[in-house]
Write a protein that binds this ligand. Structure first.
Ligand SMILES: Nc1ncnc2c1ncn2[C@@H]1O[C@H](COP(=O)(O)OP(=O)(O)O)[C@@H](O)[C@H]1O
Ligand SMILES: [Mg+2]
Length: 504
């Protein structure tokens, strides 16, 4: 039906007449409480997501074992027999564990009746797979259960990649055919009230655990449904971990802490997966408890710890193309909600204008992320985003606006060895002629590569003694600490290497 592969019977064995067509019982089975309706992650600050997102929670086990065609044949036979036997409406009423037990009993019976020759271990595996198909997201479940995976990328039924520790690697995960994959995509997006098919082949959604999902289906995706999942991190990295991983040095961290506390307006700039959201989340840790914070996001990822937080989320248009609420709508509305700080998950379009206005009109300490590869590029991205809004402003006016709003740009980068670094903490100083002047306070200097292919380099302050935000720092009594971190130069570890390299 979708893509060429699903229709051709070119496979070596005539496998799977009928894809183990997952029955749409997941929402009921998954969330008897009805949580799946909204699919919003729990707002509890500490243990969000701790309640277990997937109804079927397979134990962590390696997924890297390829399976034979015979295995898939057996599975299809057993699966079809199961579907004929089981009362799905009954099943949907059970909780996940009970449903699993029920399936286990019936599958064992089927295996016995059909005389399928299988070891106990194989039978367990089959059972696991079938439960995942019936109750969950099929072959994706083992990947979803792993906490070490950052992204899951399914390129049609035969190819699935994952990103672990900053590196992309192939897996042996396979779907029966594109129809099964499409079915799972459909199941995912239907939980947020959307549909994906040939007539609306692009869809964003979210898993109940907060993971972000994008589906693009044929005919746009030529080789089959393509599913991309950015997994929700239950435990976002903390600042200490950033130091441990060499993303920043303790001095750099103190600098960021001061920047966050003294209410500088900050833009975090970086490429996809460079750690912008993680960094933004960390920076919000320095917001005082008595501030009213409003967050605007495309899909709620931030986990603020403060008591007084209002979380807003954009809404895509419905199936009739109506009812869309854009980031711009949210940011504008925010201004009427008496925020102390506005945190925008990611500025991608004309909302940049409203964000700058907010920064400029008494909401100091607002923060956002922007997709760009250097602080300099970040400035031109903001300019072009404002132009996208149709404002007919001269370039100089826009730049003046940027200069008077943004205090600091923090640049995040994923280096080619997979490590993530904060490469610049840069101040926006002013305008010289028509050019925005920037001043680096803290940078990462790349030196080269070691024998293991790891990037070597060091973080250091640039020796600026009095940054532009000195007065703000003084107002909050932070000037001493600020001058200490800026003048500390580089700190070496016990081997005489700069600290930032230790865990690189
Ligand atoms: N400093 C870091 N060191 C190691 N992993 C990181 C770091 N920052 C982020 N990550 C991981 O990288 C992935 C992408 O991070 P995220 O902040 O969502 O990126 P972005 O918002 O730039 O797309 C997440 O899985 C996150 O846990
Ligand atoms: Mg992000």
């Amino acid at each position: 039906m979708f893509g060429k592969r699903s229709t051709s019977s070119a496979g070596p064995a005539p496998r799977a007449e009928r894809a183990p067509d997952p029955v749409p019982v997941r929402p009921e089975v998954a969330a008897p409480s009805g949580r799946a309706q909204t699919a919003r992650p729990e707002p509890t600050p500490a243990g969000r997501g701790g309640g277990g997102q997937a109804p079927v929670k397979p134990e962590k086990k390696p997924v890297e074992r390829p399976r034979s065609e015979e295995y898939y044949d057996v599975k299809t036979t057993v699966f079809n027999a199961l579907i004929d036997t089981i009362d799905l409406t009954q099943l949907a009423r059970l909780d996940a564990d009970a449903a699993r037990e029920e399936i286990r009993d019936i599958v064992s019976e089927i295996v016995a009746i059909k005389n399928v020759v299988m070891s106990i271990a194989e039978q367990e595996e089959l059972l696991e797979d079938i439960c995942n198909d019936v109750l969950g997201y099929g072959p994706l479940e083992p990947l979803l259960a792993r906490d070490d995976i950052a992204d899951i990328m399914v390129n049609g039924c035969d190819t699935t990649y994952i990103e672990v520790s900053g590196k992309i690697m192939p897996t042996s995960v396979r779907f029966v055919d594109n129809a099964q994959l499409m079915n799972i995509c459909q199941r995912i997006v239907s939980q947020v009230g959307r549909r994906v098919d040939e007539s609306s082949p692009i869809c964003d959604a979210r898993l109940p655990d907060g993971s972000r999902v994008n589906v693009i289906a044929p005919p746009l995706a030529i080789d089959g449904p393509t599913l991309t999942i950015r997994k929700f991190k239950r435990d976002r990295l903390t600042l200490d971990q950033l130091v441990k991983y060499g993303t920043i040095t303790p001095e750099g961290l103190t600098l960021l802490a001061i920047i966050g506390r003294v209410r500088c307006n900050v833009i975090i700039s970086g490429g996809t997966g460079s750690g912008k959201t993680t960094l933004l989340n960390c920076l919000t840790g320095y917001i005082e408890n008595d501030e009213r914070v409003i967050t605007c996001e495309d899909s709620a990822e931030l986990q603020l710890q403060q008591p007084h937080v209002v979380r807003l989320e954009t809404r895509p248009p419905n199936l009739e193309g109506q009812g869309e609420i854009t980031m711009r709508d949210l940011v504008k509305n925010c201004l009427r909600m008496r925020p102390d700080r506005i945190i925008v998950g990611e500025a991608r379009g004309p909302e940049a204008f409203d964000l700058l206005q907010a920064m400029n009109t008494g909401h100091d300490g607002s923060m956002s992320t922007i997709h760009s590869n250097s602080p300099r590029e970040c400035i031109s991205r903001i300019e072009s985003m404002i132009l996208m809004g149709g404002y007919n402003l001269p370039a100089r006016t826009i730049r003046e606006m940027i200069v008077s709003s943004v205090d600091i740009i923090v640049q995040a980068q994923r280096l080619r060895d997979g490590s993530r670094k904060i490469t610049h903490v840069t101040e926006v100083i002013g305008l010289e002629g028509d050019v925005v002047t920037l001043q680096d306070l803290f940078i990462y200097e790349m030196h080269g590569e070691d024998a293991n292919g790891r990037i070597t380099g060091r973080h250091r302050s640039t020796g600026i003694a009095r940054p532009n935000f000195w007065d703000k720092a003084r107002y909050f009594g932070e000037e001493k600490r600020l001058s200490e971190v800026l003048s500390s130069g580089e700190v070496l570890d016990e081997h005489g290497r700069p600290l930032g390299e230790r865990f690189a």
